[in-house]
Design a protein around this ligand. Sequence first.
Ligand code: SAM
Ligand code: SF4
Length: 333
Amino acid sequence: MDQETQQVYDNHGRRINYVRLAVTDRCNLRCFYCMPEHGIKYLPRKELLTYEEMERLLRILTHLGVNKLRITGGEPFVRQNLMDFLERAADIPNLEYIHLTTNGVLTAPYIPRLKAMGISSINLSIDTLDRERFKQITRRDEVEKVKATFYELLEAGIPLKINAVVIDGKNTQDIVELAKLTREHRVDVRFIEEMPFNGEGAHYPELTWDHLRIKQELEQHFGQLEALPGVANSTSVNYRIPGHQGSVGIIAAFSRTFCGSCNRIRITSQGTLKTCLYDNGVLDLKGIMRSGAEDENIRQHLLRAFGSRDRDGFEAESKRSYQISESMSVIGG
Ligand code: SAM
Ligand code: SF4
């Protein structure tokens, strides 16, 4: 088969065409569900993939049929020269879609360049519009900057989604407020179940607000939601509130209802391949590259990993020898 057009399927018949790349583990916020407040052990800089290594992996992955990239972190804009890297990534043949997830604190100055490079969409993470609750959740007083970024992204016409993690006792009163943003704006507001990745291991959320309860909360306020047609491989189930311009989505990240169509792999900031969010890392790509491996050798490693993928997040989690203790800032969400 022509390398340029190869399509790769895993051992469960799912095509793999989407990579999520964490460009850093560092962050300027301290969301309690993602990172501990103190005592964070950032990776030494030399343990992070370099931009050259990331670009090399992306080129190899596009030969295996990956056409969609999401840049994440940590906070991507904390890493220096991110825009130069994104502009180079935009030139990689067959990498059709480049998306970015950001907390929006440092993002605004880069909007013109993001627009010019043709970013496919941006996910802005904001769990509440309320200053005090934002401070409680992120341990930083930055909500105004994030709101400003929201309006500037809308103004720039960049397709925009909002990510809001729903946490009992912290922001459930914001579900309706955030959903109201879809009345006037063409934005998708997605509510995410909390997952056990706060870097402290001990915290495994008891999910009192699962996808069903989030939907119920929306319907109690807005009446019956209009179901929108499913987008292939999407993790969110999407709805429109009648008369609203945007849409709302619910991501059952903890309940894991979407594994059957999972098309994604992850590369952590230290260059570990994860073929499931809940696995423990299946391949040390950085080590392989730094030991001098040729592209073909890396390709073979990747194909083997794709060919022995766990069926779903429950199987992946059950194989872990210890409880999940990573921070989402290393994995990238
Ligand atoms: N710093 C950027 C941001 O916050 O958008 C990108 C990285 S962050 C790890 C990516 C996404 O993961 C964010 O939308 C964040 O809300 C989500 N996330 C982090 N920890 C989570 C957790 N324990 N459960 C559910 N979602 C989480
Ligand atoms: Fe930082 Fe994003 Fe994690 Fe919040 S969710 S601490 S913004 S990496």
